[in-house]
Design a protein around this ligand. Structure first.
Ligand code: NDP
Length: 387
């Protein structure tokens, strides 16, 4: 029996992970399930899977969690410290699926404990790639990518020499506004941005898909994860979302990973790695699919892509600043304090301002320095939002 924990169990990735685990309960011993504030859903799944402990990050949700778990024998806890303690409990495999920079430390702690970390939380690599890789290398743990693009690249690279890679092509659906006239983008509402044409995901990542901030994070994640030069990383708009990524080699071969938009493939691959096991995902009917199309990823429509390129070239803590500024700008858009197009402007201003502070961006990538850069970037972004 493998011991597994799911951080962010109540979210979209968390629920897809539970779906896979619940299909073979005899194979798993569930250690910890964590959520943000959705105590009911968390308790329901903790009981269904027989978890040892369920933790909500929001302490106000603890009474509801306790009540829902009463009589089950499952421990209930709340707050950041309890969440990190749960993430550190010995486990063989941990899903890191908390949204945002809040997912960094819990995942890092699980990695330090020697777990294989299935990493959906892309922010961990964006904010602290070198720290994550160092931690995996120093301990017994390893990182398995769950973002569909990175899982695709990882699979295309199996048995290959990274030195023979000429380019990595990350595909993007283009999100909700890919066909909107540029001049209409400023009128886009959070509700419109949260409707994805192809994928069913959490609200924040869906809006980030429309702005391509999600793709920007993925480009930075690609650089950090696979250690390739930013100049080898490309984006192409692929509205059908069937090819998740492609790897081009020095002999001209271009290996594409093709599959339907179902995160259970990437999650299942990470769950069973290094084996492949049958997964409950649709098998592609190529004739029905007919054709696959590609378009240029225009940096005028999606300025987040240009900013990502700058961040990749700068390195250091630029990713942490970029992500924190992006999260704050996204809050501003969701709360209707700024327009859709203004988000990139806020992020760029924060990057410019903090890059001018000597010793900040180029400080060593430690947890303390990442948290400090994250804090300063949020503060600066708030300042911009309130002026
Ligand atoms: P969701 O918004 O659906 O779920 C987020 C999870 O994190 C929920 O369990 C939520 O709890 C929890 N959470 C929110 N805030 C906190 C916090 N401060 N502390 C602890 N837990 C918190 O997100 P997704 O599942 O869509 O995404 C999760 C991660 O995976 C993100 O980093 C995303 O970029 C990445 N990802 C997602 C994909 C997808 O298809 N959805 C694809 C590839 C990557 P609650 O709901 O109980 O409040």
């Amino acid at each position: 029996m493998r011991r597994v924990s799911i951080l962010g169990a109540t979210g979209s990735i968390g629920q897809n992970t539970i779906d896979l685990i619940a299909r073979a309960p005899e194979d798993y011993q569930v250690v910890a399930l964590t959520g943000g504030r959705n105590a009911q859903k968390l308790a329901q799944d903790a009981i269904r899977l027989g978890a040892q402990i369920a933790v909500v990050a929001d302490e106000a949700a603890l009474p509801a969690l306790r009540e829902a778990l009463s009589g089950s024998g499952i421990e209930a806890a709340a707050g950041r410290a309890a969440l990190i303690e749960a993430a550190q409990r010995p486990a063989d495999w941990v899903m890191s699926a908390i949204v945002g920079a809040a997912g960094l430390e819990p995942g890092l702690r699980a990695l330090q404990g020697g777990a294989a970390l299935a990493l959906a939380n892309k922010e961990s690599m964006v904010c602290a790639g070198p720290l994550m890789l160092r931690t995996a290398a120093e301990g017994r743990g390893r990182i398995l990518p769950v973002d569909s693009e990175h899982s695709a690249v990882f699979q295309a690279l199996l048995g290959e020499d990274i030195a023979s890679v000429e380019r990595i092509v990350i595909t993007a659906s283009g999100g909700a506004f890919r066909d909107w006239p540029l001049e209409d983008l400023d009128k886009a509402t959070p509700e419109q941005a949260a409707t994805h044409p192809n994928w069913d995901m959490g609200q924040r990542i869906t809006i980030d898909s429309a702005s391509m901030f999600n793709k920007a994070l993925e480009l930075i994640e690609t650089k950090e994860f696979f250690g390739v030069s930013p100049d080898k990383i490309e984006t192409v708009v692929h509205p059908e979302s069937m090819i998740h990524a492609m790897v081009g080699f020095n002999d001209g071969a271009l290996m594409a990973h093709v599959g339907p938009a179902d995160m259970r493939h990437a999650i299942g691959f990470a769950l069973h790695y290094p084996q492949r096991k049958s997964l409950p995902v649709e098998r592609l009917d190529l004739v029905k699919l007919g054709q696959l199309t590609f378009r240029t990823a225009c940096e005028v429509r999606w300025p987040a892509l240009r900013l990502a390129r700058e961040v990749m070239h700068t390195g250091g803590l630029a990713g942490a600043v970029f992500n924190a500024a992006k999260e704050t700008a996204l809050d501003g858009f969701i709360e209707k304090r700024i327009t859709f197009s203004r988000m990139a402007g806020v992020v760029e201003e924060v990057l410019t301002s903090l890059s001018a502070q000597a010793g900040l961006i180029d400080a060593e990538v430690t947890l303390d320095n990442v948290l400090q850069a994250d804090h300063l970037a949020r503060q600066k972004a708030h300042e911009i939002l309130t002026h």
